[in-house]
Design a protein around this ligand. Structure first.
Ligand SMILES: [Ca+2]
Ligand SMILES: [Ca+2]
Ligand SMILES: [Ca+2]
Length: 863
């Protein structure tokens, strides 16, 4: 009796409460109500609405009024009209709206003991067009719920590892509109779409009855709960629980009670951040330990050495130093720098033991090899790519690219009112299916990114002259074979491959395309062999869909890729700069291509300069944005933009970084003069943003320049040090919708170059900050963000084009820690499909090659 009274009292003390940050909290459970809104750019990003962070893992999201049984990425999402936190009543109310259907609804979430009540309110009934379609949905992360048991009204079941439930088809007319009227599916001419059937339905459900960390109970007296498997339509789908909203009703039309189980007294396990690559003997070695705020920090930790006989001994015991609180966790540090003896070690902190890692002079030697030998060649477009017994992909897009018609497209692409070319809409533009690199986890050629890629390779080549040859590339056979040397340094072949596509654009179109991308949404989300995205046959609208011409060369399937050709003189100018540098790099290796690149460089530069002058006369000139550096490594912002999409943020003519690149490429003194006129003002305005450009100039400048730069480098060193106060990891941590991996890489690259030129100001110890972060010393978990050679525990899944296999492509670099408002960082390592945390890009990964090369260079300089 006494015991149960005590138990109920202590439970009462830990009811869900609305906290100061505006979400419901009890130990082990956070219920967030639209702390993160749906985003119009890609619609359903699986990051929004009502979310539950359950014992430290965000396992539930997507709670909202939705229009589909299992919404996909491009299905409509509601706009948040307002969000009210009512502290008095312990509730949060969100008003949401679907403009397309003039449909408003409100969701009110109220804490009720250990549960929340979720109620949907309507002031007007569900519109006729959505009757039976609109419902309240909430989504469960498959990788955390599959293989777990559940009960529905007393019946037992187990959630499936793979999607194999049942579906029906319905007429397309009954399908709620998708993003901009596009379709995510190819209905094969049937005029019908697929609609999944529920796995189960009832009024009371408990999911993960066999796992206290995931167990959650949902009940509703007034509505039927239906459980669906979203993976039936899309591999990135989640388990969906939904109730259809009743027809013709207003007021409180639906009520659910949701009770996530909390393990009494639960405290999150420590996350011991350290470098999975290991450490060289003389570098600083500091583990950052992330602790639950309720955890009592220990006073010491130990570094254990694994001996030759397999047993372990304590090599070092050190004091734990407190750093403090950063967002929701508490941080302490363990410094074991004084251990310098090469060997195999692990960290022991209380009961927590890390995996082993090396202390050895050679730990950084291979950090770029997986990226250059595997990741980059696999992303070579218009080639057959083979590795041993495995074909990564056949030759894609054999039918070439059609002129895009005017279009307000997906993936942020568009084509203006005119084509800006001699081609008519849908006409074949010859010669574009050559060279170039896949953008990221998708297969388009982003021209801006590809320009960055070629520039990154040229920079790598000019600075480090890597002779590494592990890849066979035959442009004639359109064949790439991994791990087969062919006598040519691979970096030169990558420069050539990127240039081939970009020169073809300039020659065939007359200027640069903004992108070469998918024409239809139903092949944009392709997962599999790139060669099967299109049918390889020219689209012929005189044939019926899916019909093939008698000669077997044309088909009626409109799957051909499009070239988006709206002219941007800024993009042309960037291409011209890159072509000039490429022609220098390719001279003596591919003289013909070097000559073509130079021809296009001169022509585009002349035309772009003229066009920009014309356009500038029509625009106001009080814009000083050109003062910012905008080199390809300066992205220190926290925007949601992926790296490399600079074509949508064009540089102005006169940009000092461009002038510097132009000088490097042409050696014409006027460009250097323009650069020197601008750099000091820019540095006075913002040292951090412009330091990389200032350092890039050093090889071309005299001692006086280097001396004048010194005080700015001193300021930059202060800027580096400030990160030690901002967060426990000492690097710039991004809070955008695309995790800040690119900004961290930029920072790391600049620090490396600052040290190379000013070792007395920026000490060598600083260059390891970013390496530590990338290779495992970061929040959430301690896996390496780089699928890199040498790491004991790299991440296991990435958002690559093989993501449906829950796999990775070696050498990929994940964007990393995704911030969810108001206080949660995450990086899923069992669920690849969230690009903001797991998608490596071609521009970002080639930037990693520069960072890694610079780091290796510094580490090995005195060896
Ligand atoms: Ca893309
Ligand atoms: Ca080669
Ligand atoms: Ca085709």
């Amino acid at each position: 009796m006494m015991m149960s009274m005590l138990a109920s009292m202590s439970l009462y003390a830990d009811d869900l409460r609305l906290n100061d940050l505006g979400y419901f909290e009890r130990q082990g459970v956070n219920v967030l109500v639209f702390s993160n809104n749906f985003n119009g750019g890609f619609n359903d990003e699986k990051n929004s609405g009502i979310e539950i962070i359950h014992h430290g893992v965000r396992t539930v999201q997507g709670g909202a009024v939705r229009l589909n049984n299992t919404p996909e990425q491009w299905d409509l999402v509601p706009k948040t009209i307002n969000r009210k936190v009512d502290r008095e009543n312990g509730s949060i109310e969100v008003a949401m709206r679907y403009d397309d259907y003039d449909f408003d609804s409100r969701v009110v979430v109220t804490a009720k003991g250990e549960a929340v009540e979720i109620a949907v309110w309507l002031d007007k009934p569900v519109p006729d067009a959505l009757a039976g379609e609109a419902g309240f949905n909430i989504e469960f992360l498959p990788s955390q719920y599959w293989l777990k048991t559940f009960t529905v009204d007393g019946r037992l079941g187990r959630l499936p590892r793979y999607a194999t439930s049942e579906t029906i088809t319905r007429p397309n007319a009954e399908k709620p509109r998708q993003f901009k009227g596009f379709k995510t599916y190819d209905d094969r001419g049937t005029g019908r779409f697929i609609d999944p059937l529920p796995i189960e339905s009832g009024h009371e459900m408990t999911l993960a009855t066999d796992d206290p960390e995931r167990m959650i109970r949902i009940s509703s007296e007034d509505a039927e709960l239906r459980l669906y498997d979203g993976r039936m339509l899309a591999q990135n789908g989640w388990f969906v629980l939904r109730s259809v909203l009743p027809k013709g009703k207003t007021g409180k039309v639906l009520t659910w009670t949701v009770e996530p189980h909390a393990i009494p007294g639960w405290i999150r396990q420590p996350n011991i951040g350290f470098s999975q690559i290991g450490y060289i003997p003389e570098q600083p070695k500091v583990a950052v330990i992330e602790l639950d705020k309720k955890a009592q920090p220990l006073s010491t930790a130990s570094l254990m050495r694994i001996k030759g006989d397999g047993t372990a001994e304590e090599a070092f015991r050190g004091t734990i130093r407190s750093w403090g609180t950063y967002y929701k966790y508490n941080y302490v540090k363990f410094d074991f720098s004084e251990v310098k003896q090469p060997g195999i070690y692990y960290i022991q902190y209380g009961d927590t033991r890390t995996n082993d890692f090396l202390i050895d002079a050679h730990v950084y030697d291979k950090i770029t090899d997986a990226t250059t030998d595997v990741w980059v060649p696999i992303h070579m477009n218009h080639m057959y790519v083979n590795e041993g017994y495995r074909t990564w992909h056949g030759e894609p897009f054999k039918e070439g690219y059609l002129q895009a018609p005017p279009s307000n497209h997906f993936d942020l692409h568009s084509q203006g009112e005119t084509t800006d070319t001699k081609y008519k809409p849908y006409e074949l533009i010859p010669g574009l299916n050559i060279g170039g690199f896949f953008d990221a986890g998708d297969f388009d050629i982003e021209t801006g990114s590809n320009i960055n890629v070629v520039q990154n390779f040229i920079r790598t080549w000019e600075l480090f002259r890597p002779q590494r040859d592990e890849t066979f590339v035959s442009q004639q056979q359109r064949y790439v074979d991994l791990h087969r040397p062919d006598g040519t340094p691979d970096v030169l072949q990558f420069i050539e491959h990127g240039t081939l596509n970009l020169v073809a654009q300039a020659e065939q179109i007359g200027h640069m395309a903004s992108t070469l991308s998918n024409s239809v949404l139903d092949n944009y989300h392709h997962l599999g062999d790139a060669a099967s995205i299109t049918d390889g046959l020219h689209y012929d609208p005189s044939l019926k869909p899916y019909e093939v011409s008698a000669d077997g060369k044309r088909s009626g399937t409109p799957d051909d890729m499009w070239a988006f050709t709206t002219r941007s003189p800024q993009l042309d100018f960037r291409a011209a700069t890159m072509f000039a540098a490429a022609s220098r790099a390719l001279e003596g290796y591919n003289d013909d291509l070097a000559h073509r690149a130079l021809t296009q460089s001169k022509r585009l530069m002349e035309e772009a300069t003229e066009l920009m002058k014309q356009r500038a006369q029509n625009a106001s000139q009080d814009d000083y944005s050109w003062l910012d550096g905008n080199t390809d490594t300066d992205n220190t912002s926290t925007t949601s933009q992926r790296p490399g999409r600079r074509n949508r943020n064009p540089q102005q003519l006169g940009n000092m970084a461009t002038n510097l690149q132009l000088y490097g490429a042409t050696r014409e003194k006027q460009y250097l003069d323009h650069f020197t006129q601008q750099i000091w003002t820019a540095l006075d305005r913002n040292v951090a943003n412009n330091m990389q450009t200032a350092l890039d100039a050093i090889p071309y400048m005299d001692e006086a320049y280097k001396k004048r730069l010194r005080p700015y480098v001193e300021k930059y060193e202060e800027y580096i040090q400030r990160f030690d106060e901002q967060n426990p990891y000492g690097v710039p941590i991004g809070l955008g919708n695309w995790a800040g991996g690119n900004a961290v890489l930029s920072f790391g690259t600049t620090v490396c170059f600052a040290h190379l030129y000013y070792p007395d100001i920026v000490p060598k110890d600083e260059v390891y900050r970013v390496a530590n972060w990338l290779y495992g010393c970061h929040p959430y978990h301690n896996y390496s963000f780089v699928a890199v050679v040498g790491a004991t525990r790299p991440k296991a899944v990435f958002y690559g084009n093989n993501r449906a296999d829950f796999s990775f492509i070696p050498g990929n670099v994940a964007p990393g820690l995704l911030f969810r408002q108001p206080d949660h960082f995450e990086n899923f390592d069992d669920w690849p499909f969230l690009w903001g945390q797991n998608e490596g890009t071609i521009a970002g990964n080639t930037q990693y090659i520069i960072f890694g090369s610079a780091l290796k260079n510094i580490v090995n300089e005195n060896r």
